[in-house]
Design a protein around this ligand. Structure first.
Ligand code: NAD
Length: 444
């Protein structure tokens, strides 16, 4: 049976979730405070790059199953299940998450709930948020106890967001065990198609559901920083982190995934989520439990500095006036997201040290230019690399991985390349006469 659903916040998470719910057969209304975003979505256009999303979105906007509004009243009148997918960015000057957007949804939607409704939070929030919001909702909703709130953390990956939304590897639903109400039932109806496929469906208390999400991200960040810390030791000792990762990755307790040494993690989730997790642990009086995440963050940020130092070294000690082609601006391939992007951070640092930086990214140029308008943006790999003294691969887009080293050698001024993602076939580049520098490798 189709459910009537609203999704508050139509960014990377919310727009994908709204389109995904329509794809599952539900009737969906997406709500955002950004009228420009809503205008685009109403026309069936995705305001950001996410492979496959525009097809799903357009199909359901055209069928009328998916619509968008800036008016929360419309959502309250229409939907029985409301998802919250607004941002929880890092507070300025603090590690903690800024909860103002999530709080605003409850403050706006709560007083409009005049009939029974279920709210499922999807945003990544500090543990304790859901219980606080559930209390607040009961106070301000005209239906009182019949406005029920649970938490349903989201695990989608940008670049695979449609697939991850339609075929999640697990569903987690947090409910208050003292007041279980209709939340689990509503989630089972919304996700019926996935439950038929035996997708793991894990019902927990509210705190556990919030912690599942931040723990998963803390684990992934730790795994990346672990191999990057080992890369530092490889660089100092002449070891090779790729061979090492392959060797330890064969141990199934360790696994090879997420053991790619490079410029480290970035984006709108991992960095701010581990910081918010530390901040919340501090408030709970268990800061020591997560002190290791500070080191995870430090190792990660050092990779960017390392790349800039390496660049300085390989061009002879000064970046002033040196033409550096930076290939990549997005924090990862298949995304145009430049939030806390290592690639853009490296490009910006090189620029501040006097280099003539030319950045090319297949999808993220507009977002990158909004953050770093003083960088020069090129139209193509060739355009960025023409006459370059140094090339840096900073995001592992497919078109960078398959560049022809012989062809590129003819375009650049000097055949020097830093493979910031260890994503190039290094021997081919060396054979073509390039000075190749990887991360955590003999040459790096
Ligand atoms: P985003 O910045 O792309 O989108 C947030 C949207 O919320 C914006 O469009 C903004 O205008 C809107 N908004 C703000 N206040 C609003 C309000 N009161 N009512 C309606 N809309 C409002 O952020 P995102 O990347 O989609 O992340 C959203 C949440 O999901 C965060 O908590 C994030 O940590 C979590 N998350 C994101 C991802 C991801 O890959 N992006 C994955 C899992 C979880």
């Amino acid at each position: 049976m189709p459910e009537r659903i609203s999704v508050f916040g139509t960014g990377y998470l919310g727009a994908t979730h709204a389109a995904g719910m329509a794809e599952l057969g539900h009737e969906v209304i997406g709500v955002d405070i950004d009228p420009a975003k809503i205008d685009l979505l109403r026309r069936g256009e995705v305001p950001f790059f996410e492979p496959g999303l525009s097809d799903v979105l357009r199909r359901h906007v055209e069928s009328g199953r998916l619509r968008f509004t800036t008016d929360p009243q419309e959502a309250a009148d229409f939907a029985d299940v409301h998802f919250i997918g607004v941002g929880t960015p890092q507070k300025k000057g603090e590690n903690a998450a800024d909860m103002r957007y999530v709080d605003a949804v409850i403050e706006t939607l709560g007083p409009l709930l005049t009939r029974p409704a279920v709210i499922l939070g999807k945003s990544t929030v500090p543990v304790g948020t859901a219980a606080r919001l559930a209390d607040r909702l009961r106070d301000i909703a005209p239906v009182g106890d019949d406005a029920q709130l649970g938490w349903n953390p989201e695990f989608l990956r940008e670049g695979f967001a449609v697939q991850d939304t339609l075929f999640p590897d697990r569903l987690v639903i947090g409910v208050d065990p003292q007041r279980p109400g209709r939340i689990e039932e509503a989630a089972r109806r919304v996700y019926a198609a996935m439950l038929e496929r035996d997708t793991p469906f894990i019902v927990t208390d509210l705190a556990t559901s919030e912690l599942v999400k931040v723990s998963a991200n803390a684990f992934l960040a730790t795994k990346i920083s672990f191999i990057n810390a080992i890369a530092e030791v490889c660089e100092a000792s002449g070891g090779d982190v790729i061979a090492l990762a392959d060797a330890i990755g064969h141990d199934e307790r360790i696994g090879r995934k997420f053991l790619g040494a490079g410029l480290g993690f970035g984006g709108g989730c991992l960095p701010k989520d581990i910081r918010a997790f530390m901040a919340r642990a501090g408030e709970l009086g268990v800061d020591q439990a997560l002190t290791f995440l500070r080191e995870v963050d430090n190792v990660n940020m050092r990779r960017r500095e390392h790349a800039v130092e390496l660049a300085t070294r390989v061009v002879g000690g000064s970046l002033s006036g040196i033409h550096v082609a930076v290939l990549g601006a997005a924090f990862k391939p298949q995304s145009d997201d430049v939030r806390d992007s290592p690639a853009l951070d490296v490009a910006g640092s090189l620029h501040l040290r006097g280099a003539d930086v030319r950045v090319y990214d297949p999808e993220a140029m507009r977002n990158a230019a909004a953050i770093w308008p003083t960088l020069t943006f090129a139209d193509s790999i060739d355009d960025a690399c023409r006459g370059a003294d140094l090339v840096i691969v900073a995001t592992e887009w497919g078109e960078f991985k398959t560049m022809d080293p012989v062809v590129l050698a003819a375009a650049v001024g000097s055949t020097r390349i830093i493979d910031g993602r260890n994503c190039l076939p290094s021997q081919e580049w060396i054979d073509a006469g390039w000075d190749y520098y990887g991360m955590g490798r003999h040459s790096g």
